[in-house]
Each structure stands twice: as structure tokens, then as C-alpha cells.
Design a protein around this ligand. Sequence first.
Ligand code: AKB
Length: 339
Amino acid sequence: MRKKVVFITGASGEVGHALIEHLAAQGNVDLLTMDLRPLPPNIKKHVVEHVEGNLLDKILLARIVTQYEIDAIFHLAALLSTSSEFTPAIAHEVNVEGTRGLLQLAAEQSQWRNKPIQFIFPSSIAVYGMPQIAHSKGLYQRVREWEWNQPRTMYGCNKLYCEMLGNYFTHHYRQLAAESPVSVDFRSVRFPGLISAVTVPTGGTSDYAPEMLHAAAQGKPYGCFVREDARIPFMAMPDAAHALLQLANAPQENLTQTVYNVRAFSLTAGEIRERVLNAFPDVEITYDVHEKRQAIIDSWPGDLDDSSARQDWGWKPQYDADRSFDEYLIPNISKRYAN
Ligand code: AKB
């Protein structure tokens, strides 16, 4: 008999850490994880097996499905927005081909089991692309799911297309077959910038917020790569894990769409700097604006409308800006770098 597991790709990344801890705290699930990198030992203790390997390796995926019965997939593996601009072809391969292959696997396994495999997919604010700061971002404050879907990054294009692929595999896969197959149960959240007290992200464009905080806590000067007035929504990492799990646990009949915006608070880089300086007053935080990365941030909305998530599955962030900084980020980051 194959062992029933929840499969997490990209498990060694920031969201993976938080998600594994939340799932382990819930208990009663066996976790199978995969990443190019090893899992840190404090996380590894929670999983049945960690597969160190490439998502695009079909033989490896075939080995996994012969050994395990996959009940649900949290597909976190991706190259983020800044990294993807340096290697767009690789980004497309990992972000799109990797996701399509996994959706195909989930569809085939759903038919074998005669029961849909749940496929949880973190999408991103990067799916939006607003053309000119004064005329669009300035005027449209809280963007809804179907508005401004004109991304200007490879990563944003990849995420938007994968959302559509997920919807296709759930609702239209093998639509011309005589009998409709049992297919995937795809669900996605569009995350704003995420900030963790435990890990520092690499390769994202919203990274200035976590980088500023982690640098300040170590007493290092920081040059912020966006302007003081750059505004996008953010979320503390525990809320990100909570959103993924809450969406996974929502009854299917309550869901009216496959992709949902979620948000917690919206701050400018200047407002983040102020909060960081309140906690670490001796640190030097300046602006060293990278015009091209700034242009990406300018194309992302200043805030998101998450009313569908609130209505359909009861989404409500637990960490607003004050609680994120005062109770989660500042104390935990300070502790992390204290010696
Ligand atoms: C990035 O900056 O690429 C990510 C994201 C907003 O999805 N943090």
C-alpha cells in the first residue's frame, strides 16, 4: 500500500518553512517535501521524506507516485520576479513547465483514485500590471482579481498563465471525452509581498521590506532599492500560511472562483522605514533607487480587494501592520540576531 501524503514543492523556501510548521502543528498529516535544496533540520523532523531534486525530473516524480498516494499538493516552487528577469527561459521552464507537469500528474492521480487531488497554488500580486503610476495605480487603489491582468514581468506572466492552467485542469480537462474525468481541485491565492521573521527571501522585487528589517536587526546599513513613496500591500508570513490552509480547508461548494486576492496591510517604503527605525534607531537606512526594479513595483497595485476571499471562505488577516511589526517581526527578528 502506498503511504498517503501531502506533497509540498519548494519546501525549503520561505513559505515552505511556515507552511510545514503550521501543518505539523495541526497534526494528522504525513508530509512529503521536495526542493533543490536540503530542508533545515528543525523543519525536516516534521516530514516523512524530503526529496532533494528537480521538479522537472519526470523519473523522480514517477518514483514519488509509485511510492506515495498524494492527497494534496502545495506547489510552492518558483523563481521569483527579479531572478526571473535574469533567466526568463529557465523561469518559464520552472514556473510554467514545472506547474503544468505537476497538474498533469495530479489529474492522472485523481483519475486513479476516483477522487480529486487538491492543488494549492500561491500566485502573486505580480500578475497585475498597471501602465502608469499617475494614471492607474494612483487612481485604482484596491484592485480586484480580473482587473489589470497585464503583467510586465516573466514571473507575473508565468503566475497568471498557471492560474489559467489550474482552472483548465479543474473545469475543462479532457472536455471532449465521452465521460467527464474526475480532475484536480485547483485553488489559488494571490499573495502581496510577504515578510518573514525567520527567513530572508532571494530574487523577489518586494524584498526591500524584509531586507530592510533583517539588515537593521543586524545593525547593518541598508540602501532601499525603491523610492520612499513606493506602495504595495504586504503580509506577515504566519498569515500567508494561514491563508493557504484556510483555502485548502474551505468546502468546495463555497468557492465561486479558483483564484483569490488576499491582503493584510499596505505601506509605502517610507512607512516601513519609519517602523524599522523606531525599533532600531541607530541604523542607517537610505534610498538607493534601482529604476528598473522601481518600475516593476510601480506596475503592481497599491492594494488588493480581497472581498471574495472574505466572503467565500472567511479570510481575515490576523496580523495588521501594527501586530505584524510589534508582535511578530520586530521581537522575533531581534531575537534571531541577538548573541
Ligand atoms: C516577488 O517580489 O517576486 C514576490 C512576489 C510579490 O510574488 N515576493
